[in-house]
Ligand binder design. Structure first.
Ligand SMILES: Cc1cc2nc3c(=O)[nH]c(=O)nc-3n(C[C@H](O)[C@H](O)[C@H](O)COP(=O)(O)OP(=O)(O)OC[C@H]3O[C@@H](n4cnc5c(N)ncnc54)[C@H](O)[C@@H]3O)c2cc1C
Ligand SMILES: *[C@@H]1O[C@H](CO)[C@@H](O)[C@H](O)[C@H]1NC(C)=O
Length: 424
């Protein structure tokens, strides 16, 4: 079996590591490094080959989860005085993982996958299921490559999601998305409207408040955020309109603004999938997928890392082990109808019972433990440890309650079920 892995971020590395014992694996990575999002790139815009810069990493970033939940199941992040560590330590960890499992020679760097297409019946003679069009960026040549299975590991924090606010074309100040944020200096003495209170909006509102004149954090969270922000930060409801030099909010008030800073998240994007892959992305809901992983219409096409608010690297490893059971024919895939039924039950449970929106279709958070166990039990593979989801939940609660200090917390995992908070 020949498997193509698209992307050498944390997901792609797990895909190579788990697949390469039972298959021939080729990983295509468009940049010249492993690590994806964790590779800090000071520049914004396009890279030397004219491709959009992938990473959204900013200079000061420390993890928003304790490192104790960020490792792989069989390769942990090494001991260190802190739980919340700087991004360059995660990148070093991913490079160590790569070295430890000897993954680097499976990766074709500076190779961009431009097209993934299922092979039609008339071309079946090749014996493969998939045709990829791959550009060697250095040579600027394009080749066709054939595979039995494709693991899509291209990440989902690179294509900004931008609301089309009334007046956004005529606003006279600057508008930028958090994807292009690197350092706080350009915000010095500015009046900034930060839109969105997800992990980036909260962190960046706090970071730029140290330089900016005034920060207006605009969001529609139901709960008021307990965090005590500095005095130059105020919270407002949603922006309804931009005027020449100001923003108007839902409560009718308005604020003068130099910069509108969109921390409005990202769109899932698979620009290389041909129409015939039959994958739809609608308002950040990807369908039809079985268990958020396997393309139901073409089950040798799989997506690693779609769910969010998860213990990411461990989940990637679990998802790869899950799909390999089917690709290796150690387990038989359910029928198309039964996978579609599973997906429609997932929709029903999320939309009708929990009241989630489409954009929350792949959100895990409090549902993650159940999801991990379902994957493991369905494929008869080893589960993730319950302590991971528990500590993830504790950290997420702490983030909401005390944004300013939660990264000082330190944890130690003591057994499969329990963690301990360390003092000083
Ligand atoms: C600012 C920020 C902070 C974060 N902080 C945390 C945190 O604290 N803790 C945490 O657990 N998670 C965090 N995350 C989530 C993070 O995205 C995941 O932890 C994880 O790194 C995602 O890995 P990935 O492999 O799925 O995607 P990525 O890391 O995005 O890697 C995808 C790779 O695919 C390559 N690629 C894409 N398209 C192609 C193509 N067509 N051809 C070839 N190669 C391609 C890219 O170059 C890239 O190397 C953060 C994300 C962001 C943006
Ligand atoms: C933590 O878990 C509790 C109980 O399941 C849940 O109600 C809460 O929403 C979780 N917190 C977060 C931030 O996910």
């Amino acid at each position: 079996m020949r498997i193509a892995v698209i992307g050498a971020g944390a997901a792609g590395l797990a895909a190579i590591r788990r697949s390469c014992c039972s298959a021939e694996v080729v990983c295509y990575e468009k940049s010249d490094k492993v690590g994806g999002t964790w590779v800090y790139v000071p520049e914004t815009g396009n890279d030397a080959y004219g491709l959009p810069i992938h990473s959204s990493m900013y200079e000061s970033l420390r993890t928003n989860l304790p490192k104790e939940v960020m490792g792989y199941p069989d390769y942990l992040i090494p001991e260190n005085r802190k739980s919340y560590i700087h991004h360059d330590e995660i990148l070093a960890f991913l490079n160590d993982y790569c070295t430890h499992f000897q993954l680097r020679d499976k990766i074709k760097f500076l190779h961009n996958v431009e097209l993934v297409e299922p092979i039609g019946a008339e071309e079946k003679g090749t014996g493969s299921n998939w045709k990829l069009r791959v550009r060697d960026l250095r040579k600027s040549t394009v080749t066709e490559e054939f595979f039995d299975a494709v693991m899509v590991c291209n990440g989902h924090y690179f294509k900004p999601s931008l609301p089309r606010l009334k007046g956004h074309e005529t606003f006279k100040g600057q508008q930028m998305h958090s994807h292009d944020y690197r350092r706080p200096e350009p915000f010095a003495d500015k009046r900034v409207v930060v839109i969105g209170a997800g992990p980036s909006g909260m962190d960046l509102a706090l970071e730029i408040s140290k330089k900016a004149k005034r920060v207006i954090l605009s969001h529609h969270l139901k709960e008021t955020i307990l965090t005590k922000f500095p005095n130059n930060v105020v919270q407002k409801k949603d922006v309804v309109e931009l005027k020449d030099n100001s923003a108007v909010f839902q409560d009718g008030t308005s604020e003068e603004a130099d910069i509108i800073f969109y921390c409005t998240g990202y769109e899932y994007s698979f620009p290389f999938l041909s129409e015939s892959c039959e994958i739809k992305v609608n308002d950040n809901m990807i369908t039809p997928l079985w268990k958020h992983v396997i393309a139901i219409e073409n089950p040798t096409l799989v997506f690693i890392g779609i769910p969010f608010y998860v213990c990411a690297f461990s989940m990637f490893d679990l998802q790869v082990r899950f799909v390999l059971r089917y690709l290796n024919k150690e387990k038989e895939l359910p029928t198309r109808d039964s996978m579609l039924l599973d997906e429609s039950q997932e929709k029903n449970s999320r939309f009708n019972i929990r009241g989630f929106t489409k954009r929350q279709f792949h959100m895990m958070g409090p549902l993650q433990a159940e999801y991990y166990d379902d994957l493991a039990d369905t494929a008869n593979i080893e589960r993730l440890l319950p302590v991971l989801s528990k500590l993830h939940n504790e950290s997420s609660d702490r983030f909401l309650d005390d944004l300013v200090h939660y990264r000082d917390d330190r944890y130690k995992i003591i057994d499969n079920e329990n963690y301990q908070q360390l003092n000083d």
